[in-house]
Design a binder for this molecule. Structure first.
Ligand SMILES: [Zn+2]
Length: 166
C-alpha cells in the first residue's frame, strides 16, 4: 500500500546545475524555472547557504545534493509496517507497533498510530479485507466501527477474537 502524497511536487533536472558554480536565489530559480519563493522555501527546509551574507549564495554541488535527496525521499513508499509521518517527512514505524483501527465503510478503514521518532499522530488508509494482515503486523489496541462490517463481512470478525472489545 502506498500512501498518497500531495502531488503538486515536481521533479527538477539537477543536470542544469553546475557543480562548481555558486548561485544566488534569482539565478537558481531561473535555471530551474521555479519561483524565487520556491527557492527560498528550499533554504528554509535545509538547502545550505555558503554564508549568511546577502546576496545569499548556494553552491551548485549542495543544490544538486539537496534536490536529489528531496526527490529520493519523496519516492520512498511506505511498507506494510510503516506510516508516512508528515512531521519527519519520512516513512516511519509506529511506537511499539501499536495501532488503532477505525472502520469507516464496509471496505475501508483507517489505521492510526504514533510516530516512533517524533510522537506525531500518523494515519493511513487501509482495506477491511486486509484486517488479518494488520493484526499480524501490528498490535491492534482498539477497533472502532465493528458494527459497520459485522453484517457485511461476518467471516472477518474472527480476526478480532483475540482483541478485547473496548
Ligand atoms: Zn515523525
Amino acid at each position: 500500500m502506498i500512501f498518497a502524497m500531495p502531488s503538486k511536487k515536481r521533479t527538477f533536472n539537477t543536470r542544469l546545475i553546475k557543480r562548481d558554480y555558486s548561485y544566488d536565489i534569482k539565478e537558481l530559480s531561473e535555471v530551474l524555472g521555479v519561483h524565487v519563493r520556491t527557492a527560498r522555501e528550499w533554504i528554509k527546509s535545509g538547502l545550505p547557504l555558503i554564508d549568511k551574507t546577502r546576496p545569499f549564495m548556494m553552491h551548485g554541488s549542495e543544490i544538486i545534493a539537496f534536490l536529489k535527496d528531496k526527490q529520493t525521499k519523496r519516492k520512498q513508499p511506505c511498507k506494510m509496517n510503516e506510516f508516512f509521518c508528515f512531521k519527519c517527512r519520512l516513512p516511519r514505524h509506529v511506537w511499539e507497533g501499536l495501532i488503532d483501527i477505525k472502520i469507516k465503510y464496509p471496505n475501508r478503514l483507517q489505521l492510526m498510530g504514533t510516530c516512533s521518532t517524533c510522537s506525531t499522530k500518523v494515519f493511513k488508509a487501509g482495506s477491511v479485507s486486509k484486517i488479518s494482515e494488520y493484526t499480524k503486523t501490528f498490535s491492534v489496541q482498539r477497533i472502532e466501527g465493528r458494527h459497520i462490517i459485522e453484517t457485511a463481512h461476518p467471516t472477518l470478525m474472527c480476526h478480532f477474537e483475540s482483541i478485547n472489545k473496548s
